[in-house]
Design a protein around this ligand. Structure first.
Ligand code: ADP
Length: 496
């Protein structure tokens, strides 16, 4: 923590004026109330946040509406592109501070997870800079009588509500800021009450990059207050939400009032399928990190590990051995692989799933304990593996959001496919095989928004990401996402 940016981060945390960010300024909430936010690696108070509520959301939305109709609407695509690039430069310059705030706030390992993702974050935002120059309708041939020229025009939808989860806010926000700025929309961001700090600091950087005040506002607060007010707001045109399926349902209901456009990235119980012909030297670490990365707090975590029965014993042994090499500990220590869970509530929830797993007959082959000693103040859990699980057990059906893997044996390709698809979720999946026929059969057959073959967790903004079934809808990335931030209009010109 002895560096200039560590001092900047400490000053940011200690500054009582950093409350809501509205109209390019720090302002207190209407009630002046605060929320406490804790460091999950120690359980100690980290900072207090403004408790934004309906009145604050109203003020932020009004500011974003004014910005949408004001100076911002005259920015050309080239100017918006330039602005995103300036922001990317500032993001890079302040990356150490931003990632330190994020690590303190939500517990992800600084040196093995957050810092190595610098290029991914930059490439993501720069992708949207390129998209700013790629927005437009088409001239379309029609079959109408007479001479009629027809074309489509595109226009930004307006004010976007961005509701962000706690499991990776610094990077998650890029998929909202990017399309908002590329298309000329404006946004009110509601970060999670558990991890708001890096988002607040980013808002300052956006204004420093030259963004007109009000184009991006940030309202901190509880989901049931600030989040619900934003989701229901009659002057918000679109909501981009990443979070649990239950909250996604609430947002769908709240959107009905003014028929907001929605993009929902929700829960998952993703299958990761290992065939006997797989290269296990790659599959073992790939599968392990597919489920244990970020201590399992990733929506696309590959938590249902289907293993061809004839290699189950060997695979489970190697997976267990690999999991024991992962260092669980202080997120700021250079060699930490897995940090704490986000909160006491989350730890208790995950521990209760471990009890259920044991009661329902899962065989605990690795982990299963909360860590004590020096780590007793934080919310640390060992990477945990249950073997001989059946697809119908609770731990194989419900999203746990912790470092808990269920290994389930299968016999044939058809078996694997049927088991993989027997879930209400459909976010992502993995397949490990050296047989191209098997890989293709599963790539076509799996009902999920992503199929990773001989890899896990790769996401490129040009390709995009989204869900099947109850994992949500609306594509994140690619042209489809940009289209979601635009209204389309048909124009017919009768030329006589
Ligand atoms: P978790 O329970 O893991 O925190 P949530 O889906 O509840 O996941 O939270 C994701 C984001 O949604 C957070 O920013 C949270 O504050 C917000 N949120 C929670 N409830 C609501 C709601 N009813 N309406 C809008 N946003 C909400």
């Amino acid at each position: 923590m002895n560096s200039p940016w560590a001092t900047t981060a400490a000053n940011f945390l200690a500054d009582p004026n950093k409350q809501l960010f509205i109209d390019g300024k720090w302002v207190p909430s209407a009630t002046g109330e605060r929320i406490e936010t804790f460091n999950p690696s120690t359980g100690q108070l980290l900072a207090t946040l403004a408790r934004g509520q309906k009145a604050d959301v109203d003020a932020a939305v009004a500011s974003s509406r004014r910005a949408f109709q004001g100076h911002w609407s005259s920015f050309t695509p080239a100017q918006r592109q330039q602005l995103i690039m300036q922001f990317a430069e500032l993001f890079e310059k302040n990356f150490e501070e931003l990632t330190l705030l994020e690590s303190l706030d939500m517990g992800a390992p600084l040196m093995t997870r957050l810092r190595p993702a610098k290029n991914t974050a930059l490439q993501t935002i720069l992708y949207y800079a390129a998209q700013a120059r790629n927005i437009g309708g088409e001239t379309v041939s029609n079959s109408l009588p007479g001479k009629v020229t027809s074309m489509t025009l595109k226009a930004p939808v307006g004010v976007v509500g961005g509701i962000i989860p706690w499991n990776g806010p610094l990077f998650s926000q890029m998929h909202i800021l990017g399309p908002v700025l590329a298309t000329g929309c404006t946004a009110v961001i509601k970060p999670s009450e558990e991890a708001s700090l890096a988002i607040l600091r980013t808002a300052e950087l956006l204004v420093e990059a030259g963004l007109p005040p009000g184009v991006v506002n940030v309202v901190t607060g509880f989901g049931s207050e600030a989040g619900a007010a934003l989701a229901a707001h009659p002057d918000v045109n679109r909501v981009a939400f990443t979070g649990s399926t239950g909250t996604g349902r609430e947002i769908i209901k709240a959107s009905a009032g003014n028929m907001k456009r929605l993009q929902l990235e929700l829960g998952g119980k993703s299958p990761d399928i290992v065939f006997a012909d797989a290269d296990l030297d790659k599959a073992v670490p790939g599968v392990a990190m597919g489920v244990f990365s970020n201590s399992g707090q990733i929506c696309f975590a590959g938590t249902r590990i289907f293993v061809e029965r004839k290699i189950q014993a060997e695979f489970v042994e190697r997976l267990g051995a690999y999991s024991r090499t992962l260092k669980v500990g202080d997120p700021l220590a250079p060699d930490t692989n897995l940090g704490p869970l986000i909160s006491r509530r989350q730890l208790d929830r995950v521990l209760s799933y471990l009890d259920i797993g044991r009661q329902e007959g899962g065989e605990l082959v690795a982990g299963g304990r909360r860590l004590g000693g020096d780590l007793a103040g934080g919310y640390y859990l060992e990477p945990t593996i249950f073997s001989n699980v059946s697809n119908t057990m609770t731990i194989a059906r419900e999203e746990i959001f912790g470092p808990v893997a269920s290994v389930i044996p299968f016999d044939t390709v058809e078996d694997a496919l049927a088991l993989a698809n027997a879930t209400e979720y459909g976010l992502a999946s993995g397949v490990w095989t050296t047989n191209i026929d098997t890989a293709l059969k599963l790539a076509h057959g799996i009902e999920a928004g992503t199929v990773w073959v001989n890899c896990y967790g790769l996401v490129d903004p040009a390709v995009g990401f989204g869900g099947y079934k109850e994992s949500g809808y609306g594509w994140k990335g690619g042209q489809a996402q940009i289209d979601g931030y635009l209204y389309q209009k048909a124009v017919y010109i009768n030329v006589g």
